[in-house]
Design a protein around this ligand. Structure first.
Ligand code: PMP
Length: 364
């Protein structure tokens, strides 16, 4: 069995060094004599960890003091509901910029709690982001929602939209901590941890404090940002182990040069794969417009724009034989998808690039 290189979209690869730390700490957490798995969330041990992880988030993203950091159960989709439940009460309406399957899902969830205005024309292609000047923003919206990186379609924002004073809310599930972002441009940033910053079960939420205290009366306490902030994210028993792993991943990012270094690595890795797609003279086909191609999730077809089923199957089989795994595209779009999150090394991406080159040379 060759060494395995995991290009899965999530839950995704974690840094090897983090596994070593988890292994060491598993049965005796920081000298307590017991595992974190059997520690009360109301102990100083857990409170210290909770606060320490908030501090790392704050340092990595330079989170301003007027933003609160929450660790909530329910993952990304929990926040699809939490966003309207916490924010839509002001005007009853919200803007959604639908650039792929995930923002479409977020908009659908929001419709349960108020009116949703679609800012750009609906499509099922999701290969571009229309220029901001063409957007139909509602000045009366309670907030405007974007997904900064569409994990399935591979569409990533290369700009922060100007929503003209309407609070901007961003789902960053699949590019959280892959680069610096100016937090002050956002009202709320959230994401499930299981791609770039940990494992499933927890959402990291960063919310500007003036957006608290306006949840709908029907908002379940467990999704209420204000209630959770007041209890410092231990309203109930939180997904402690997932939060802990997120913390160890964030500390790993910090030790490895922080977000500028993650961004430089992401650019290098993505350029390598997109470069091979370009040099292949149409053998590989990347559907997404160049300026919004994701550096985290790279979807492509083989043989033609629609893909060639037999060639794609052969590609995946050959890849697996070399230990290059979880490259199958999402069932909604088919084809191939290479996810190159922070923990995936340049060396691993070079293996994939070499395989892609060999494969197209063999078939063209
Ligand atoms: N948003 C994005 C961009 C995602 O990629 C995902 C999960 N793939 C989600 C939201 C939903 O996250 P979860 O599965 O944690 O609910």
């Amino acid at each position: 069995m060759p060494k395995v290189h995991n290009f899965g979209a999530g839950p995704a690869k974690l840094p090897e060094e983090v596994y070593e730390i988890i292994r060491k700490e598993l049965t005796d957490f920081e000298g307590s004599g017991i595992s974190l798995l059997e520690t009360s969330h109301r102990t100083p041990t857990y409170m210290n960890l909770n606060n320490e992880i908030q501090d790392v988030v704050r340092r990595l993203l330079d989170v301003p003091a007027n933003y609160k950091i929450l660790f909530l159960a329910g993952g990304g989709q929990g926040q699809f509901a939490a966003v309207p439940l916490n924010l839509i009460s002001r005007t009853g309406t919200a803007d959604y910029v639908v650039t792929g399957a995930w923002s479409a899902k977020a908009a659908k969830e929001a419709k349960k709690y108020g009116k949703v205005n679609l800012v750009i024309p609906p499509t099922d292609k999701y290969v571009d982001i229309p220029h901001e000047s063409t957007w139909n923003l509602d000045p009366n919206a309670s907030y405007a929602h974007i997904c900064t990186n569409e994990t399935i379609h591979g569409v990533e924002f290369d700009f922060i939209p100007d929503t003209k004073g309407v609070p901007l809310v961003a789902d960053m599930s699949s590019n959280f901590m892959s680069k610096k972002v100016d937090v002050s441009k956002f009202g709320v940033i959230y994401g499930g941890a299981q791609k770039n910053i940990g494992t499933s079960g927890v959402a990291l939420v960063i919310v500007r404090e003036d957006l608290l205290n306006q949840a709908l009366p029907i908002c379940p306490s467990i999704l209420d940002w204000t209630v959770n902030h007041k209890s410092n994210s231990i309203l109930n028993t939180p997904p402690m182990f997932a939060i802990y792993i997120m913390g160890r991943v964030l500390q790993w990012i910090e030790r490895n040069g922080g977000l500028d270094e993650m961004a430089a690595r992401a650019t290098k890795k993505a350029s390598l794969i997109y470069g091979i797609i370009e040099e292949s003279n149409g053998f590989y086909y990347a559907p997404v417009a160049k300026n919004v191609r994701s550096k985290m999730n790279i979807p492509f077809r083989i043989g033609s724009a629609e893909g060639n089923d037999a060639l794609e199957k052969e590609f995946l089989k050959g890849a697996e034989a070399l230990g290059l795994i979880q490259l199958k595209g999402h069932r909604d779009v088919g084809g191939i998808r290479a996810s190159t999150y922070n923990a995936v090394t340049l060396e691993e991406v070079e293996h994939l690039a070499q395989y892609m080159r060999d494969f197209y040379k063999k078939h063209s």
